[in-house]
Design a protein around this ligand. Structure first.
Ligand SMILES: Nc1ncnc2c1ncn2[C@@H]1O[C@H](COP(=O)(O)OP(=O)(O)OP(=O)(O)O)[C@@H](O)[C@H]1O
Length: 271
């Protein structure tokens, strides 16, 4: 049987900012239905890579394919309409708006255009559309367990809850691929465990494909199907979490002193 085409392909992507080579010849693909994570030390190029996928940055060389289509030159908004959703490293909620309104904002493009909607309203179709819309939003609110704060002003919530609302907003646009930029950053252990569970459920129950950057290695290795490791803008390894953890390049580059620890058995421990 022929393997299904990947939903996302990065084809030898390079990105330069003046003299800085943020990415050099990075290639990977994300399979439909998987959780794929990008890890690497600070400045390795993770955010740059995800920005090339979302459309915020345009690669200097190479191509990005989504759902079989070359999107290298496609605008950010068009990519979103094609089915690429995202959350941000720093929260990007409307702090003065309610949780419900924040989630609804992301849904606008799913409704028909203003003029058509106006006409349809008079013809009776808009009410049906509005009902479906509301039901779907309520499903997401239930799923992410934020019913109790749906009327609260987003800016007043705890950090962990705001991250969850941001995820709800990204999910609400029904993306085929969701880009999560450090979803656990700044969270306490309990919040991290909740977030990890939501990501796994989104993937398993809602069939959402996930491309994630995350610094928490425990979470990454726990929930990812495959992982790519970047270092100084280059891909140094990719594979299952077990393969990546066993890779000597990764141990040297990412885990730093791991090699010395292995070779230093004769030395007394100093840590
Ligand atoms: N807009 C920009 N202008 C100039 N240089 C940039 C820009 N964005 C990223 N860089 C540079 O590109 C390199 C890769 O940065 P990037 O933010 O992609 O790394 P990262 O792996 O996401 O790091 P972190 O884990 O710290 O978020 C760094 O040297 C960074 O300084």
């Amino acid at each position: 049987m022929e393997a299904e085409a990947p939903i996302l392909v990065a084809d030898r992507v390079s990105l330069r900012f003046g003299g800085v080579r943020a990415l050099t010849d990075v290639a990977f693909d994300v399979r439909r239905g998987e959780i794929f994570s990008i890890i690497g030390p600070n400045g390795a190029g993770k955010t740059s890579m995800v920005n090339c996928v979302s459309g915020r940055y345009r690669p200097t060389e190479g191509r990005i394919l989504f759902d079989g289509r070359d999107i290298t030159r496609t605008s950010t908004s068009r990519r979103a309409a094609l089915g690429i959703g995202r959350t941000f490293q720093n929260l990007a909620l409307f702090g003065h708006m309610t949780v419900l309104d924040n989630i609804m904002v992301g849904r606008h493009h799913l409704l028909r255009s203003g003029f058509v909607r106006g006409m349809a309203y008079w013809l009776g179709g808009a009410q049906r559309e509005e009902l479906t819309h509301r039901r779907e939003v309520e499903e997401i609110i239930d799923f992410l367990e934020i019913q109790h704060v749906r009327k609260a002003i987003a800016g007043t919530l705890s950090y962990g809850l705001r991250k969850r609302v941001e995820l709800a907003r990204a999910v609400a646009v029904k993306p085929k691929l969701i880009l999560l930029d450090e979803p656990m950053a700044g969270m306490n252990l309990e919040e991290k465990e909740d977030m990890a569970r939501f990501i796994v459920d989104l993937n398993e129950e809602w069939g959402m494909t996930v491309l994630m950057i995350e610094h928490d290695m425990g979470v990454v290795m726990d929930i990812s199907h495959r992982v790519m490791v970047l270092d100084f803008g280059k891909r140094i390894a990719a594979g299952t979490p077990a393969e990546v953890l066993a890779d000597p390049h990764v141990r040297r580059a990412y885990l730093g002193e791991a090699d010395e620890v292995v070779h230093d058995e004769s030395e007394p421990a100093t840590a």
